[in-house]
Design a protein around this ligand. Structure first.
Ligand code: ATP
Ligand code: MG
Length: 303
């Protein structure tokens, strides 16, 4: 399928979109030091983890601390490997980091000795893009994230939100098809966070990337996503996948205060509480409606 799928609005399960990322039967075992005595023991971080991310989809992952969200994202980035099982992007096994994936982690991780423009140009240098082109492309991405005028600043001269924008521009500049984001907005204040969420949606609409976004914030997960993967822990696995049927574009309206938004958010909260997981009947009883505002599907279901 081509890039024509700019903006999948997955509101109906009959819509067929191409799988971009497929994680099948992932197990991840770490060897950790024994608390008593010497030696190591096995710690199962992920067990039977299955997930499919569609071409051009915005998928968010939520789950309790320590359930393995970052472990999975690191595997997608190629920085870590499953103990068993396989992860494929476009049908190809992930064997290590590559420029088809852009990574934005929490805590900025910018090069302090490089200016904004030089940070953004980093991936282009690795790609071997010539100087003139690098300059043009990096300025385009600096514009895209709204940092024009700050090109020659160093990271220490920027606010937290601005640094995060640089990290996003850097990840996008070398044109990866997949953007991996691990709690990228966790360190910024609530207002900046909403601005960055809006910006990210705008960039996603413009660039058609497939985005996998890890967050602790249920609001953020619902606001951004086509689907939310809800994880459980000990060991980590995908517990439910919740389709978010809210209309797009979301950044233009006040969708965060709508009853539909709050209902989906509450449903995910319930799933995370590990107690009642909203049943189909609950969905259908919601204000007398039967449409799929949020539909749980099996993590392994083929869409
Ligand atoms: N290199 C490692 N060696 C041993 N154990 C590890 C290693 N990396 C992660 N773990 C363990 O694997 C589990 C999952 O860790 P991970 O960082 O993926 O959790 P997380 O869901 O991202 O948590 P948080 O929401 O707090 O960021 C944790 O129990 C952690 O202690
Ligand atoms: Mg983490």
């Amino acid at each position: 399928m081509s890039n024509e799928i700019a903006n999948p609005k997955i509101t109906s399960s009959s819509e067929i979109l191409e799988g971009k990322i497929t994680a099948r039967n992932i197990n991840k075992v770490f060897h950790v030091r024994c608390t008593e005595g010497k030696g190591t023991k096995e710690f199962v971080a992920l067990h039977n983890f299955n997930l499919e991310v569609l071409q051009g989809e915005f998928l968010t992952i939520v789950g309790p601390s320590g359930c393995g969200k970052s472990t999975f994202l690191d595997m997608l980035a190629g920085l870590n490997h499953p103990t068993s099982g396989e992860i494929r992007i476009d049908g190809k096994l992930i064997t290590g980091p590559a420029l088809d994936r852009g990574i934005v982690l929490q805590g900025y991780a910018l090069f302090p000795w490089r200016t904004v423009r030089e940070n953004v140009a980093f991936g282009l240098e690795i790609k071997g893009v010539n100087k003139e082109k690098r300059r043009k492309i990096s300025l385009d991405y600096i514009d895209l994230v709204g940092l024009q005028g700050f090109e020659d600043r160093y990271p220490y001269e920027l606010s937290g939100g601005m640094k995060q924008r640089v990290a996003i521009a850097r990840a996008l500049a070398y044109d990866p098809t997949v953007l991996l984001m691990d709690e990228p907005f966790a360190a910024v204040d609530a207002q900046t966070r909403e601005i960055l969420q809006d910006e990210l949606l705008r960039i996603w609409e413009e660039t058609h990337k497939t985005i996998v976004f890890v967050t602790h914030a249920i609001d953020e997960a619902v606001f951004l996503a086509d689907r939310v993967a809800v994880m459980s822990s000990n060991p980590g696995s995908v517990k439910e996948i919740v389709k978010v049927g809210l209309p797009r574009p979301r950044r233009l309206g006040d969708i965060r205060s709508s009853p539909d938004f709050n209902w989906i958010r509450h449903k995910i909260w319930q799933l995370l509480q590990n107690g009642t997981n909203g049943s189909r009947r609950t969905i259908e009883n919601y204000q007398g409606r039967t449409q799929d505002l949020a539909e749980e599907i099996s993590p392994t279901a083929v869409l």
